[in-house]
Design a protein around this ligand. Structure first.
Ligand code: DOR
Ligand code: ZN
Length: 356
């Protein structure tokens, strides 16, 4: 058997789904993303949500002031769809280069989704506009019907909403975000080339048992919630298959300690500090490390119709101990430590210095 490589040079990657938040948390977490990823699709679920091009442009400036100036990081901004959003505002924002895409949260599906869409069928004029101008629609694919079991909400969303939406808008580019089930994998595989999906490192690494390992583990709780092992296996198959419909989106979603450890704890896993290393571990375990570059750096930009990044990033095989907590608060910020994904674990790859 050939010896395993101990270094891996790949084209600079992008993160096609991240939560950077605002204020002190933004200043704390944005450098972790900008250190590794050249671009990132930034989620708009702030309070209040980003629904105008002016708000997105101002948020982009705050992000750029939060990252290390020498990083050539480019935040790609998204609009938050509501029942009443003006299609004209979306179109202007997209043609002016402020919005890269728009995000559909079913109302109340997750963090700050209260203002989300009550029924995707009700925003048909918005989706028609997006279809006409080639603006991608990013979907949080879960029903919010309390009668539906939490673990079935993604699969039911496909039947009730996604399939009909794609039939109504056959030219619309759609990213089914952070997929978590074998049903979603099969649906995307069988769909048109205009349908793709992002896959997070945590859904490749954990199944639902992680939330109950010796007690209740809020750090393993995110939405869509991790599912049974068979689903994790299907996701690993999809991510490492070389199929261009599946690409990297971390869904890194930091919350303060008190927001995670609470009687009603927030959903979200903060994986930004070691996301690429975590993906590398998965690709290595699956025996296809050579496919990491396409997943991380090629399939996303191709789907979005954006140029591939220049520059490279080097991964080296060296044990990386993930800290139990990260004290990320900058000067003047009294931020609680954040617990990173895989805290206390040892990963097998580390990033050497990125270069552009
Ligand atoms: O786990 C999640 N956290 N899932 C989401 O959809 C939202 C995100 C957040 O903003 O915290
Ligand atoms: Zn998200």
């Amino acid at each position: 058997m050939a010896a395993l490589p101990d270094r891996l040079l790949i084209r600079r990657p992008d993160d096609w789904h991240v939560h950077l938040r605002d204020g002190a948390i933004l200043r704390a977490v944005a450098p972790s993303t900008a250190r590794v990823f050249r671009r990132a699709i930034v989620m708009p679920n702030l309070l209040p949500p980003i629904t105008t091009a002016a708000a997105a442009a101002a948020y982009r400036e705050r992000i750029l002031s939060a990252v290390v100036q020498s990083d050539d990081f480019e935040p790609l901004m998204t609009a938050y769809l509501t029942d009443t959003i003006d299609p004209g505002e979306l179109e202007r924002g997209f043609t002016d280069g402020v919005f890269t895409a728009a995000k559909l949260y079913p109302a109340r599906a997750t963090t700050n989704a209260e203002a989300g869409v009550s029924d995707p069928a009700r925003i048909a004029p918005v989706l028609e506009t997006m279809e006409r101008i080639g603006m991608p629609l990013l979907i949080h694919g879960e029903v919010t019907d309390p009668e539906v079991d939490v673990f079935d909400r993604e699969a039911v969303f496909i039947e009730r909403h996604l399939q009909p939406l794609l039939e109504r808008h056959q030219g619309l580019k759609v990213v089914f975000e952070h997929i978590t089930t074998a049903e979603a994998v099969a649906f995307v595989e069988g769909g048109a080339p205009t349908l793709a999906a992002t896959i997070t490192p945590h859904h490749l690494q954990i199944n639902r048992n992680a939330m109950f390992l010796g007690g209740l583990r809020p750090d393993a709780y995110c939405l869509p919630v991790a599912k049974r092992e068979l689903h994790r296996i299907a996701l690993r198959g999809a991510a490492t298959s070389g199929n261009p419909k599946f690409f990297l989106g971390t869904d890194s979603a930091p919350h303060t300690r008190s927001a995670k450890e609470s009687a009603c704890g927030c959903a979200g896993i903060f994986n930004a500090p070691h996301a690429l290393e975590s993906y590398a571990q998965v690709f290595e375990q699956e025996g296809v490390l050579e496919r990491l570059e396409d997943f991380a750096s090629v399939f996303g930009p191709r789907f979005y119709g954006l140029p591939l990044n220049g520059g490279t990033i080097e991964l080296v095989r060296q044990p990386l101990q993930v800290p139990l907590m990260l004290e990320l608060g900058g000067e003047g910020d009294s931020l609680q430590p954040l617990v990173p994904f895989q805290a206390g674990e040892t990963l097998s790859w580390q990033i050497r210095a990125p270069s552009s």
